[in-house]
Design a protein. Structure first.
Lengths: 213, 648
């Protein structure tokens, strides 16, 4: 069972790198959807005999991250007439290399940390670090607002992965709250993206520096 | 009988004065009553009373209130009450409602608050309350300095004072909190058997040194003293900077002092004395010049304290006692004559509207009483017998000579210290000859000086009070000696028995004889003048028959030779257009002595900090992705630290 979980987490880590390497926005959205679904299934695997509650959480995560959020993002993308990350701040190959280095570093860090024995053989902690760092790299290196939202989604996935360590003790309400927050955030960002596009005829976040003080 | 009821009356008087600040006469009576009771309480505690300890069982800020009036506190309280009374009397006319309708009533409130909080600093026996009173008195002084805040230089002076004062207070926070954490209590008291507390002395030296204005830390002092109203300058110079001395005396008495402490204090004292008077010689602003003399006199006091600390470390009671007694008596004396001089300068400013000495001159005709009183203060501060400045400096000299005749390094240090102290006295005399000559003698240099008038009775009475105190200490030093010795004994109880016998009676007799001879000479001269009349003739004029007031020696030219000796530190700035050719065009000379430490050390350091922080500010540019990079770098650094820490 541990191997299956590790396989899924490895898959999610691979999807991180794919997201870093792709230039088309629809494919990044698709990759994020896939990652969300992969991670959504994890609770079922971690619990030997999943309770109805865990099944409900997993279904909700898969539904929201795999279908609802991607559809919101696609709508925003269509509204803004943008489907390509034209001029990233950091090229695709360097960001891919950086992501790979971060993944290796996260694995090393996972080995160095004093983990509980039942977590020591799982990739949960390194996977979560790798996903968080890759999400931050995506946030840093891309300029379009929609790609940035994808970066935030990836960041959230990493945090969610870390939260799985506490699967047994996290109440349902917290899970549901996080999911709701995320959905609303993406929804709002979708609207904002539309507005930014209409006002400035660009989605380049590099120009949004007026509110710094 | 205890000082308690008297202190209560003093408190009520100051509070009533604050409440009735709009009615000047009521304020004056209430404040004077308060000061008189404070003076009586201090004198009582100093002359007869045992240590007055008062714990009402009321808590303030989580600490129970604890006031204590021992000989050291009482010694400073007497000076505070005397100068506070004189200053109040002076202010009632000098800063009157008619001339300053908006700023006079609030000024009286700040004045009373300043007096009250300084008294609290002196009596507080709890570290937390000490800090509170210290901070409040510093803030009150700020509002008094900036009475004329419509002027740019006044605001700048106030700001500099506030910044410097808070730098010092920061050190005192460190001092008191470390003291409290090491002893487990905010209560203050003798802790001489705790050698681990000795390093705290350096914090106290910096914190109290900024307030006292010892040499490299004096940067705030000249501009603040010059720009404050004169009665405020008097109390700042006479008492407020002595609070720093009080702190040093108090805590060097209660806490152990590191081995090098005495040497550093004595060294800073010598530097302050010599350089303070050198800077004073370069000044053209009357009150700024007096302010630099405060640095000089703080130096003399610190020489006394420093050698006392050296003696205490070596167990040499005899000369340590003399040096400290000289330093402490100089605290009083400097407060008295510097208060007198600032009040005199205030009268000049009041009469002419300028502090610039190149605009003054010939004032003794218009204001003879002020000139006489100022001259008395000048003679006292120059350490001339038979006045009080000579007495205290003589005691410091005696201490230094005794130290020089002992064995060890103290003897080697005492000789140059005595020589430099003598040089300081000579330079101070030169400086006050310059002041009196330029301001009061000669011919008026401007229309303002020509229109000068004598000051009113209240201002004169305040000056006369201080002058009388100066004369009293000068003529009868033996009366004040027991008070000083009691204070010294409170500093080091084991020195009580070792009080040296000083021929103060002889000194007093010599002083009285000198004063009588001077009075006799004046009487004879006056009689001769009245009998023969005065014949006026032109000054020796080098054959030039039409001299004008502009041909007199100026303040700069009088002191030119001496300031030349100190050009390495004074760094005077000269803009000269010399006289050239047979038919010279317009020529000019403009010389200005900057505050070297401020302009060459503090300001460059400050602008470097500003440049660095501006550079750091560029990191804040509004680009989200870079912020994420900072975040990531920070987390990576933390992770590295965790891994490295785990590996260790």
């Amino acid at each position: 069972m541990t191997d299956t979980v590790n396989l899924f987490i490895g898959l999610a880590m691979g999807l991180n790198l794919m997201a870093l390497a792709s230039s088309r926005i629809p494919s990044i959205i698709r990759i994020e959807a896939a990652q969300g679904m992969v991670l959504g299934v994890l609770p079922l695997l971690l619990e030997g005999e999943p309770s109805a509650l865990v099944i409900a959480v997993a279904a909700a995560v898969v539904g929201v991250k795999g279908f609802l959020i991607p559809s919101l993002l696609r709508r925003a993308m269509r509204a803004a007439h943008i489907d390509r990350e034209a001029a990233p701040r950091l090229g695709f190959v360097p960001s891919l290399l950086l992501g790979a280095a971060a993944t290796v570093g996260a694995l090393a860090l996972g080995l160095a940390l004093p983990l509980m024995p039942e977590h020591a053989r799982l990739l949960l902690v390194p996977g979560s670090f790798a996903t968080i760092i890759c999400g931050l790299i995506l946030l840093m290196s891309r300029t379009k607002a929609i790609t940035q939202v994808c970066g935030f989604l990836m960041l959230e996935n990493g945090i969610y992965l870390f939260g799985l360590l506490l699967l047994g003790s996290t109440p349902l309400l917290v899970e549901a709250g996080i999911l709701l927050d995320l959905t609303v955030a993406v929804f709002v960002i979708g609207i904002i993206v539309d507005r930014i596009q209409r006002s400035f005829d660009s989605l380049d976040t590099r120009m949004l520096t007026e509110l710094r003080e | 009988m205890s000082p308690g009821p008297l202190l209560l009356v003093a408190f009520l008087g100051l509070t009533a004065g604050t409440a009735g600040c709009r009615r000047m006469r009521f304020w004056l009576v209430a404040t004077l009553t308060g000061c008189a009771s404070g003076l009586a309480a201090g004198a009582w505690a100093l002359i007869a009373g045992p240590v007055w300890d008062w714990e009402p069982g009321v808590a303030l800020g989580g600490q129970s209130v604890h006031l204590r009036l021992d000989a050291i506190s009482a010694f400073f309280l007497v000076l505070l009450a005397l100068l506070g009374g004189a200053g109040s009397l002076y202010a009632s006319e000098y800063w009157a409602d008619r001339a300053h309708p908006a700023s006079a009533p609030p000024g009286r409130v700040w004045w009373n608050a300043l007096l009250g909080f300084m008294a609290l600093v002196l009596m507080s026996a709890n570290g937390l309350h000490f800090l509170m009173a210290w901070e409040l008195f510093a803030v009150c002084a700020y509002f008094l300095i900036t009475r004329e805040r419509h002027k740019r230089e006044v605001r700048a002076a106030g700001w500099l004072y506030l910044a410097a004062s808070h730098t010092g207070t920061l050190c005192l926070f460190a001092f008191f909190t470390s003291l409290a954490s090491r002893t487990g209590s905010w209560e203050l008291g003798p802790l001489r058997d705790r050698p681990d507390l000795a390093p705290l002395f350096w914090l106290a030296l910096f914190g109290f040194g900024v307030k006292a204005g010892l040499f490299p830390l004096h940067v705030w002092l000249p501009s603040a003293h010059a720009n404050a109203p004169s009665h405020v300058s008097a109390i700042l110079s006479g008492v407020a900077i002595k609070m720093g001395i009080y702190g040093l005396v108090r805590f060097s008495g209660w806490l152990p002092v590191p081995e090098a402490g005495g040497w550093v204090v004595a060294g800073l004292g010598v530097a302050s004395a010599v350089l303070g008077v050198a800077f004073a010689l370069g000044q053209h602003d009357l009150k700024r010049l007096l302010a630099y003399h405060s640095v000089e006199n703080i130096g003399i006091i610190l020489i006394g304290l420093g050698f006392a600390l050296i003696a205490a470390a070596r167990g040499d009671a005899a000369w340590g006692c003399l040096a400290l007694a000289g330093g402490l008596l100089h605290v009083w004396n400097h407060g008295l004559f510097k208060g007198l001089l600032f009040l005199g300068a205030g009268s000049v400013l009041h009469a002419t509207g300028t502090r610039e000495m190149s605009q003054l001159g010939g004032l003794w005709r218009a204001m003879p009483r002020t000139a006489l009183l100022f001259g008395l203060g000048a003679a006292a501060i120059s350490g001339l017998p038979p006045l009080n400045g000579f007495v205290s400096e003589w005691l410091v000299y005696l201490g230094l000579f005794e130290a020089a005749s002992s064995r060890g390094p103290a003897a080697w240090a005492a000789v140059p210290a005595a020589i430099l102290l003598g040089m300081t006295g000579a330079l101070a005399l030169a400086c006050f000859v310059k002041v009196c000559g330029v301001v009061f003698l000669g011919l008026p240099r401007s229309a303002a000086a020509q229109r000068a008038h004598e000051c009113g009775p209240s201002m004169r009475a305040a000056m006369m009070l201080l002058a009388a105190a100066c004369v009293a200490i000068g003529l009868a030093p033996v009366l004040f000696w027991p008070l000083v010795i009691r204070t010294v004994a409170a500093w080091r109880p084991e020195w009580n028995a070792a009080a040296p016998s000083v021929p103060l009676t002889t000194l007093g007799i010599v002083h009285v004889a000198l004063a009588l001879m001077a009075a006799l000479a004046v009487a004879v001269l006056g009689w001769l003048v009245r009998r023969n009349g005065l014949a006026r003739a032109v000054t020796w004029d080098c054959g030039y028959a039409a001299p004008s007031a502009r041909m007199q020696y100026t303040a700069g030219s009088f002191a030119g030779i001496i300031t030349g000796w100190f050009a390495w530190i004074l760094r005077p700035r000269t803009h000269a257009q010399p006289v050239v050719g047979l038919f010279p065009k317009r020529a000019s000379l403009d010389q200005h002595t900057p505050e070297t430490v401020l302009e060459d050390v503090v300001e460059p350091a400050g602008s470097m900090v500003m440049r660095l922080s501006t550079a750091v500010r560029r990191l804040q540019h509004g680009r989200m992705s870079a912020y994420i990079l900072y975040l990531l770098a920070g987390v990576a650094a933390l992770a590295l630290l965790a891994v490295w820490g785990g590996a260790r």
